[in-house]
Design a binder for this molecule. Structure first.
Ligand SMILES: [Zn+2]
Ligand SMILES: [Zn+2]
Ligand SMILES: [Zn+2]
Length: 468
């Protein structure tokens, strides 16, 4: 291979040398690699993934009688390795993979609402709600204003005990860094905020139990007998608000005893489910006991509750099946980093001090770290979850019967790509041996992958415009 030159004449100003950047030198190296065309193909099939995982190994597929159908070995690939998608759901980590993940989420949520992916179409007739649950207030924060409204405009011109005004009166656009920040950080209850996050999962589980209890009593049966009459299914997504508090959007569906295949009895209506949900959300509590340093506490939902019946797409309105599925899918590609937080776990208190986050998020992370050091709160695992501000749940959780799984959607995609294969699952046996050999891109590889991702994105846009 030729050694890259240190500089080349600049065409626009031929007298002066143009020094190559590290990326330009790396691009020259990459383009001269004999395996470059094949590597580009790999990155194309990985959708232009920004942080591919490199694997080395082999798969052999043969019939029961030992006839070889397919053999694949990375020994023949560039560098003896194969690039596969990182599959990160976060837009900030890998845009192409997060797009794919959001698409899967859309189909997962949508099939639970209108059928498809092994869910019958008559599921549209079952009671379906879209519910938003928020955290309570932990102190006054600046709000995004709209129209002529002003942030926290009151007649109260007094100050808090720390000398901060209790009103604001300013206009804040949605990208105003002040939005979500407390009016007085010293008044803000950081401890309750973090502990609420740590109990949000329990609060949700108790809410689902309370809804079931309400339904059981409406159906005139005990809670243990309820599954013989109706089943409750849900899919919920967690979203971080600007104030750094999680809130949840959930699709709740009521089925008959066999799940989505069976219709619920007449009495189990959308109106009853709405009433059961509202009652449950207002009543449930998640207690924290045996914490002498902090005292017994009880966690509840915030007062802002939204419960809507999901309408069929053809009936129109803002809360249709498609709109709900798209809304939920959008939030699975977000994380706390979209609210200015960190994507990665924190490993020391010093990291929090140096983190490029707002003072408010730094205070939340600091509180998480400090409380995580208390023996009585060990079970809440606050330190490993400092970057999520104490919230331990997945971004999307769903009950078993809601609809399909990410795994099934991925398998279906793989099967689609291999549809030219003459073998069926019964006929074949596969032997695979794989190991991880590395991940990520060099600067030049990163540029090429970003170009591939952009091309795929443009292609999607063209297809969408032409409705192909
Ligand atoms: Zn990726
Ligand atoms: Zn304000
Ligand atoms: Zn104050």
């Amino acid at each position: 291979m030729n050694t890259p030159r240190k500089w080349r004449p600049d065409a626009s100003n031929s007298g002066r040398p143009h020094y190559l950047s590290d990326t330009e030198r790396d691009l020259i190296r990459l383009a001269q690699e004999p395996g470059f065309p094949r590597w580009t193909e790999q990155i194309k099939s990985a959708g232009g993934c920004a942080h591919p995982i490199y694997l080395s190994g082999r798969t052999t597929t043969a019939t029961d009688t030992g006839i070889l159908i397919r053999h694949y070995d990375t020994a023949n690939e560039p560098g003896g390795r194969l690039a596969v998608r990182c599959r990160n759901r976060r837009e900030t980590r890998c845009q192409p993979c997060s797009y794919l993940h959001a698409g899967d989420t859309f189909h997962l949520v949508r099939s639970g609402l209108i059928g498809g992916k092994e869910i019958p179409a008559h599921v549209t007739g079952h009671p379906r709600l879209f519910v938003t649950l928020t955290a309570p207030s932990f102190g006054a924060v600046h709000r995004t204003t709209s129209g002529t409204s002003r942030c926290r405009l009151t007649r109260d011109h007094s100050t808090c005990e720390h000398g901060q005004p209790r009103q604001c009166g300013l206009i804040h656009a949605s990208d105003d860094p002040l939005t979500g920040q407390p009016l007085c950080p010293d008044c803000y209850d950081y401890t309750s905020h973090v502990l609420w996050h740590a109990h949000a999962g329990v609060l949700w589980n108790r809410t689902a139990t309370a809804v079931r209890r309400h339904l059981a009593s409406a159906g005139g049966v005990t809670q243990s007998k309820l599954p013989t009459l109706v089943r409750l299914s849900f899919a919920k997504v967690a979203e971080y608000q600007r104030r750094g508090a999680v809130h949840f959007h959930a699709v709740i569906r009521l089925d008959g005893p066999q799940g989505p295949e069976s219709a619920p009895p007449e009495w189990a209506s959308a109106a009853l489910l709405t009433q059961a949900t509202r009652t449950a959300v207002k009543a449930v509590q998640a207690p924290m006991r045996h914490a002498p340093a902090l005292g017994d506490r009880v966690f509840v939902w915030g007062s802002q509750i939204d419960v809507h019946t999901i309408r069929r797409a053809l009936d129109g309105g803002p809360v249709t099946e498609e709109a709900v599925a798209a809304y939920v899918a959008k939030y699975t590609s977000k994380s706390v980093s979209d609210s200015g937080g960190l994507d990665q776990p924190v490993t020391s208190a010093e990291e929090i001090t140096l983190a490029p986050v707002s003072a408010h998020l730094r205070a939340l992370m600091g509180t998480c770290w400090r409380l995580g050091g208390l023996a009585e709160l060990e079970h809440l695992r606050l330190r490993p979850w400092t970057h999520t501000l104490g919230y331990r749940g997945h971004v999307l959780t769903k009950s078993r019967k809601y609809s399909t799984t990410y795994r099934a959607l991925r398998d279906a995609r793989t099967a689609h790509h291999q549809s030219d294969s003459p073998a069926t699952a019964e006929e074949i046996g596969s032997v695979s041996e794989w190991r991880y050999v590395g991940s990520g891109h060099t600067p030049a590889e990163s540029e090429v992958a970003a170009g591939v991702a952009q091309d795929l994105c443009d292609l999607r846009e063209i297809k969408r415009t032409l409705r192909l």
